[in-house]
Design a protein around this ligand. Structure first.
Ligand SMILES: Cc1ncc(COP(=O)(O)OP(=O)(O)O)c(N)n1
Ligand SMILES: Cc1nc(C(=O)O)sc1CCOP(=O)(O)O
Ligand SMILES: [Mg+2]
Length: 221
């Protein structure tokens, strides 16, 4: 869908912290070149997600108008805020969330919609949705304390077969650190997504700059 509408190379997924801390981390990473910020918080009520996503989106747009802001899980919050004109661009859906098709019908053709995968079977299933899906997450790269997906770690060697199979761009996720970026980029993934690498950093802008630079180096190898 609509090539070049978004830059998946450096993909921030928000993590632990106060609203102000999450907003600061997201906007600093966007300033550093993060092409996507996904607002994720678990558990969170729709009302609290509405507040958090609005604040993140407005601050990110101030510093990086090209950075796309997505909402995790909460399709109707995203739909409502997008209709109100907030700079929010789509959703990331899990296997247990509403269907990609329902999200596409509600959000329209311009929205960015991502889906969680992480095995060859889930990637094959996502291929059936490639006309309404923009990208897939594939994890965990390594086991991570941030989320237990129940799926086995993919590892570096596991990404080339997923990339080969997938009809849409792949974002690697799960214990990814800046030191992993060059090698992951060389596997052919379109980007890397990180939670703690940003939420636990005292300079998320620098982390994003490092990720983008190393992602480009990996593409050359
Ligand atoms: C890019 C990306 N990949 C995977 C996920 C999955 O995380 P989470 O939302 O906790 O789990 P599900 O909702 O998919 O079950 C993600 N958020 N982003
Ligand atoms: C949100 C998420 N999804 C995963 C998956 O495997 O689908 S792993 C993950 C957590 C990633 O956090 P960190 O960068 O702190 O390891
Ligand atoms: Mg989710």
């Amino acid at each position: 869908m609509f090539e070049n509408r978004f830059d998946l190379r450096c993909y921030v997924v928000t993590g632990a912290g106060s609203v102000d801390e999450v907003v600061h981390t997201a906007s600093a990473a966007a300033r550093g070149g993060a092409g996507v910020v996904q607002v994720r918080s678990k558990p969170i009520s729709p009302e609290a997600m509405r507040e958090l996503a609005s604040k993140v989106a407005l601050e990110v747009a101030r510093y990086s108008p090209t950075t796309r802001v997505l909402i995790d899980d909460h399709l109707h919050v995203a739909s409502s805020l997008m209709r109100e004109g907030l700079p929010i661009h789509g959703v990331h859906l899990g296997q247990d969330d509403v269907s990609v098709l329902e999200a596409r019908e509600l959000l329209g053709p311009e929205a960015i919609i991502g889906l969680t995968t992480g095995t060859l079977e889930l990637v094959a299933a996502a291929n059936e949705l490639s006309d309404v899906l923009d990208y897939i997450g594939a994890g965990p790269f390594r086991k991570t304390p941030t989320k237990d997906s129940g799926r086995p770690p993919i590892g570096l060697a596991g990404y080339p077969p997923l990339v080969e199979l997938s009809k849409v761009p792949i974002v690697a996720i799960g214990d990814v650190t800046p030191a992993d970026v060059r090698a992951l980029s060389a596997t052919g993934v379109a980007g890397v997504a990180m939670v703690r690498a940003f939420s636990e950093s005292d300079d998320p802008q620098q982390v994003a700059e490092n990720v983008v630079a190393n992602f480009e180096l990996g593409r050359l190898s």
